[in-house]
Ligand binder design. Structure first.
Ligand SMILES: [Mg+2]
Length: 231
């Protein structure tokens, strides 16, 4: 059995939360920090839990607690609901994403999700984008700060879910430079999701197969089978 693990933001769902600066605004509301700057690219670990910890250490000289995570995710959920109600803007699925998850499983693949977001905000985004998580094994940033740790946790949960010691092939589907770094470190094949300049950037980082969406399922399946690990 082969396993396909998907990132969420920018891979299965669009980048609505980033475009709307949801996390910056949620930190501002939860901790009364109006000027917080989040430079994701500068972080050694790209997960919401690491980001929160880094911000609280910088501004308050202390580590983040589970109560801090709850405060931020509740603020983020409120903000996303407010924006949707006031403007209609919301998280949307990358075209064909829900069907691709369904078709992969119909073709006998194991499927899992590994995302650097919190579980609560991730569940909201999947529900809003109408992508059923149903019984998919998943790991979010509660599993650890490092992407590789979250990805390994998703793999372990997928193995337990299917009652297997491992899989014949593991392919990751992601959209960002940190996905490329994590797959290089783990030696996992990567299919990139991106369009135009973004796709060119992923190719320049060594991603062998880049697709704009999942509307051509046969093409996607071919990429899942043929992709290599970024060199
Ligand atoms: Mg992403």
């Amino acid at each position: 059995m082969k396993l396909v693990i998907f990132d969420m933001d920018g891979t299965l769902t669009d980048s609505f939360a980033f475009a709307e600066n949801i996390y910056v605004r949620a930190f501002a509301q939860a901790f009364d920090l109006p000027d917080v700057r989040i430079d994701w690219a500068s972080f050694p670990h790209t997960s919401s839990s690491y980001c929160l910890d880094a911000v609280l250490r910088e501004h308050f000289g202390r580590a983040a607690t589970p109560a801090d995570s709850r405060a931020v995710t509740q603020a983020a959920l409120r903000l996303m609901a407010e924006i949707q109600q006031n403007t209609g803007r919301r998280t949307r699925a990358i075209p064909g994403a829900a069907a691709a998850l369904r078709e992969l499983r119909r073709c006998g693949y194991a499927v899992a999700v590994a995302s650097g977001d919190w579980e609560a905000t991730a569940r909201h985004k999947f529900a809003t984008a109408e992508i059923p998580l149903s019984d998919l094994p998943f790991a979010f940033c509660e599993a650890g700060h490092a992407r590789t740790e979250i990805m390994r946790t998703a793999l372990a949960r997928a193995a337990a879910h299917h009652g297997r010691a491992g899989f014949d092939r593991i392919t990751y589907i992601g959209d960002a430079a940190w996905d490329v770094r994590a797959c290089r470190e783990l030696g996992w094949p990567l299919v990139g999701i991106g369009e135009h300049d973004h796709a060119a950037h992923l190719r320049s980082l060594g991603v062998t197969h880049v697709l704009p969406h999942y509307l051509d399922f046969d093409g996607f399946l071919q990429a899942v089978e043929q992709a290599g690990s970024p060199q």
